[in-house]
Design a protein around this ligand. Structure first.
Ligand code: TSJ
Length: 643
């Protein structure tokens, strides 16, 4: 008996140590748990908490979640669920509530969790958020009582106690991200709003509200979608013209898994396929997407032949049937395997089979019952197929005429000497004089300059054949060397840093939007691999006598100005705003924007590109009304369009 007690005591000590080590580990290497300590990690804290409330909704006990940014960037998340259990756990002798917040539950996104809500999908990150908050408090409304507890940096500061009575149930969490852990603790309302909207689409019938209570930036949104992902598709297509009225919806399940698909074709040439596994976005795709694509192509070909819309010898490719398609795929499963570079690709092969069989059965049935839609879709795919064939021929002809494969580089390119793509950079520069400065200032050993000016092609309305024929895009395609679209081959890419250098004004944002949209649509792997950057030119030049400095933001301008004055507060300092890149001489441009030792580059993410694509669709699309509206709404931000 003594021995046993001894062992128990030891184990208890050991587990206590492990708990400390657990949350200590989160503070030592936060990136392991929330991805990064930049803005994305900061927002991740909110998602971790909200995931727990969504689990409660999935279990069927909660239908409303509220997310609030309070003054001082305090986050409050509340739900109307059952409330986190408060009873004392046998193993630990502590309230379950305390354990939820102080024990690092294996993994989160990085492994299978210990604490699992019945039917829940995530629900492991509360202790991680606690570890990374300088304070966190929780109120649980349950059994008619309000239970309260508080923590700081992962450690309990107040034992659980009852602080009042209540007639409702639910959980309310408030936390403040630890400034010691994050580069910046300022929340972006729009980022949270967009993410919560996505979650509302994915969980039909769940009401999520977001609120900004910070003085000067008050906002409120309420998201509730009875139709779930059907309404998600309608939303994505909001500025497009659908080919058929109804969104097509299909769902099915097998053992513990479910799959849902909603889709609608529009008259654009772009594919918008958005997939999720357990409400987690999978931008790299995976088995659920593969199953969807295979089944879609197979079903449309079979239907086309059966309905005599396709001749025996005609067939539609995957790209043909997905032209102008908007689709949302959402699967839920017990053991998701996330793979790929960013853990954003679903590896479970049973999801390929499940989605394939759902689409096979239900889409075929839908087309049989809706022959008008069936015909519109097959006709559209046939047009796409013919256009693709025409594009191929156009490409061949351009190739013959201009020697795309001859290795001859365009006049607009000043190439570098280095040949190893991993070491080469290309600056895509807007405007004649800026290009002149860039050519003069660059290090020609590894920096190439491609100048671009004048009005660019409207990619929204153009098919691949037009793109090859375009005098702005063609030189860039040749300079990059990797082709476009179906034929894009990243192995042939000639530079691993593609740097867009444009002014910080409306024209500059326009050019950036156009280029990002183009890369997103025709060279997407460039963005996925992180090869595309935006140069960050300075905004101000400060001069005091012979001393000169530059500043990249208003804050920096003020700081430098104060610094330059520190020995003499009355010193005269000239502050000039750079009107554009073209105004800088070659040396200045090198020093401030191009020298790898000193410059800042902003890497363009897939999200940036998606945002650009959306802006682009609104700005350039056929629909005039949304464009007018967008310009009106965004006129005040236009000068500082920040992706
Ligand atoms: F992340 C978190 F823990 F901080 C958190 C959890 C934050 C928020 C806003 C909500 C929640 C949460 C947890 N909402 N609802 C729940 N539910 C439970 O934890 C719960 C309730 C009852 C039972 C039961 O079996 O009776 C089981 C669980 C897991």
């Amino acid at each position: 008996m003594a021995e046993l007690n001894e062992k128990v005591t030891q184990e208890y000590d050991a587990s206590k140590i492990q708990v400390l080590e657990g949350l200590e580990a989160v503070r030592m290497r936060p990136g392991m748990y929330i991805g990064s300590t930049s803005s994305s990690g900061l927002h991740h804290l909110v998602y971790e908490i909200v995931d727990n409330a969504i689990d409660e909704a999935l279990a069927g006990y909660c239908d409303h979640i509220e997310v609030t940014i309070e003054p001082g960037d305090i986050i409050k998340v509340s739900d109307n669920g059952r409330g986190i259990p408060v009873d004392i756990q046998e193993q630990t002798g502590k309230p379950a509530l305390e354990v939820v917040y102080t024990v690092l539950h294996a993994g989160g996104k990085f492994g299978a969790g210990g604490y699992k809500v019945s039917g829940g999908l995530h629900g492991v990150g509360a202790s991680v958020v606690n570890a990374l908050s300088d304070w966190l408090e929780v109120d649980v409304h349950k059994n008619g009582q309000i239970y309260h507890m508080a923590f700081s940096r992962g450690e309990k500061t107040e034992d659980m106690r009852v602080i009042g009575k209540t007639d409702r149930t639910g959980t309310v969490v408030r936390f403040h991200p630890d400034p010691e852990m994050f580069d910046d603790t300022v929340y972006d309302y729009e980022t949270l709003h967009v993410r919560m909207r996505e979650q509302a689409f994915l969980n039909a019938g769940l009401r999520i509200s977001t609120r900004d209570e910070r003085p000067g930036s008050e906002a409120f949104d309420e998201m509730y979608y009875e139709g779930g992902i059907r309404e998600f598709v309608t939303f994505i297509n909001r500025n497009k013209t659908p080919v058929h009225d109804q969104v097509i919806y299909m769902s099915g399940d097998r053992s513990d898994s479910t799959a849902e698909v909603a889709l609608q074709w529009n008259d654009s040439y772009n594919e918008a396929l958005v997939s999720f596994a357990n409400n987690i976005h999978t931008p790299e795709g995976g088995m659920h997407e593969t199953g969807f694509k295979t089944a879609l192509t197979r079903v449309l070909n079979a239907y086309g032949h059966k309905a005599k819309l396709l001749k025996d010898d005609e067939s539609l490719s995957g790209d043909d049937v997905r032209e102008g398609l908007t689709a949302v795929i959402s699967v839920k499963l017990t053991n998701p395997q996330f793979e790929g570079q960013t853990k954003a690709k679903l590896g479970n092969s049973e999801m390929r089979t499940l989605v394939d069989s759902v689409v096979s059965d239900k889409l075929e049935q839908f087309l049989e019952e809706n022959p008008v839609v069936g015909k519109a879709v097959v006709d559209k795919a046939m047009t796409a197929s013919r256009a693709r064939e025409a594009a191929r021929r156009a490409r061949e002809s351009v190739r013959r005429k201009t020697g795309l494969e001859s290795g001859q580089m365009p006049d607009k390119l000043q190439d570098c000497n280095e040949r190893d793509p991993a070491l080469c950079e290309i600056y895509i520069v807007e405007g004649d004089s800026a290009a002149g400065s860039a050519i003069g200032g660059r290090d020609s050993r590894f920096q190439a300059i491609l100048s671009m000016w004048g009005k660019m092609l409207n990619v929204e309305k153009a098919r691949a054949d037009k793109i090859y024929g375009n005098d702005k895009l063609y030189p860039m395609i040749v300079a990059l060397g990797a082709g476009i679209g179906d034929e894009f081959n990243i192995e042939k890419l000639r530079y691993h840093k593609i740097i867009i250098m444009a002014d910080a004004d409306v024209d500059g944002s326009h050019i950036r939007t156009l280029l990002l949209t183009f890369f997103f649509r025709y060279m997407r792997p460039l963005i996925e691999k992180g090869y595309v950057y935006s140069a960050v030119p300075p905004l101000y030049k400060l001069t005091r006598g012979k001393q000169q400095r530059v500043a990249y933001s208003d804050e920096e301008r003020d700081a430098i100005s104060a610094e330059m004055r520190s020995d003499n507060p009355n010193a005269k300092i000239d502050i000039n705003r750079f009107k554009g890149l073209g105004e800088m001489d070659p040396h200045e441009l090198w020093e401030t924007t191009m020298d790898p030792e000193k410059r800042t580059l902003r890497r363009i993410t897939l999200e940036d590109a998606v945002a650009a694509d959306q802006i682009f669709t609104v700005l350039m699309g056929e629909e005039v009304e949304p464009r007018k509206q967008w310009i009106e709404e965004n006129a005040k931000y236009a000068v500082n369009l920040d992706y």
